[in-house]
Design a protein around this ligand. Sequence first.
Ligand code: KIV
Length: 289
Amino acid sequence: MNASSPSPAQNQATTTSLYGGVTNRRVTVRDLAAAKQRGEKWSMLTAYDALTAGVFDEAGTPVLLVGDSAGNCHLGYETTVPVTMDQMVMLSAAVVRGTKRAMIVADLPFGSYQESPAQAMHNAARLMKEAGVGAVKLEGGERSARSIELLVEAGIPVMAHIGLTPQSVHAYGGYPVQGRGDEAAHQLLRDAKAVQQSGAFAVVLEAVPAELAAQVTEQLMIPTVGIGGGPDTDAQVLVWTDMAGMTAGRVPKFVKQYADLRAVLGDAARAFAEDVRGGAFPAEEHSFH
Ligand code: KIV
């Protein structure tokens, strides 16, 4: 075995659960393919910083996505459109530093790959080299097929994203469900097959009817990752701020909220302020002499 050949541990896809089966290395595309083979469903969460990513990594989440949803969920923009490559590199590098075991996938933001496959290659290489991610994600089915092919040929694992593609929010005029009606459903199937054919290792299906997502999942060899795609995809992804109750206001119908962190943090901040106002903090045990 030379320095560049994979070790037996790296070579071996997990045959047990993604949660318990890989502890001494990062999850790989081979592990995800093996999970599909044995019918194991898995979860993916977004992450935008080292601390939060570390929590999810320790909890066993096998794949973390540095989504360009950082735009509206972390950086204070209204949409994902303004997010830049420099921002994605910075956030992705933090997530990589904060984790040991999860596969880290980073989004190529709007305007960083649509121009040409060469542009996609240049920016995907930045995410791999400067941030150290294990894979990139980009939006689009047939329209992104040539770029996916080039990246995969160059050794970059690509997760595709079809159905509702949030970078097109201005063209849609909102975030409408996709794939309704025969023609749209056929297009979604064509998109799914095109990204698989181009070498994508997985595909996100966003905001599509559950029956259609099930049909795509059945017809593809690669894992499907649903968000608003019903219960039958191979994996499910949620934006962490939605999942943990940090998002202010309404969340999409497909979100399940597993905690109420916004209330917890608000209560903590109010209790701190009260202690300071009343002189209860700092107490003797918090003081130096
Ligand atoms: O940017 C993001 O968080 C995403 C998920 C919604 C899949 O693309």
